[in-house]
Design a protein around this ligand. Sequence first.
Ligand code: SF4
Length: 225
Amino acid sequence: MTQPLKEKAAAVYHLLQEEYGHPDWRPDFEPMDELVLTMLSANTSDINSGRAFEQLKATYGGDWQAVLDAPLDELTEVIRSAGMGPTKAPRIQAALRRILDERGAFDISFLAELPVDDGLAWLASLDGVGHKTASIVLLFCFNKPAFPVDTHVQRVSQRLGLAGPKDDPAKIKALWESLAPGDWFYALHLNLIRHGREVCIARAPRCEICVLRDLCDYYADNIEG
Ligand code: SF4
């Protein structure tokens, strides 16, 4: 069973690459910025979390000590556009406190040297950091072989029939990590998200233009024939 799934996963990787190109790994943010931005992004859109992050930077000038020392109600207001401010603000301050206490500085670059599972475990031990956030930080900042599964990756994986309809993101993460080599993860993750946003749309998948339809269980079961 694993071998056909591996072949299917490889075909998905190559077809998406033909369609969208091969995004080369390029860190967009410093690791501390990525961690906080990703914590802000829980349960909201990239636009809203991006706004909150910009507001955070504008207010505190990139000074993490100032974020840590900020009155909680002030920080909650600053990040309001990300939603769940009363939950996210104390989590961000707790993460900053822990990093400062453990590392002596607001610096998580030590994760680059850790085995991926140890890095995931350390990040996931921060309140408010789940496997998706942890994987994003490790993959995007350090090109470590951790596969983040967001709502787009989950939906496309399930419709293709690589993942089961009831599989949760943690299971789908483990599945992709067993089916694809780590040096595919960055491009594969970005191309699956793009495909989910532009073609395999949640409400109405655009199967008629999809390059994956010959591989797709949803297409075979619902559209074809
Ligand atoms: S064929 Fe349709 S359901 Fe399958 S991956 Fe493409 S858009 Fe999604």
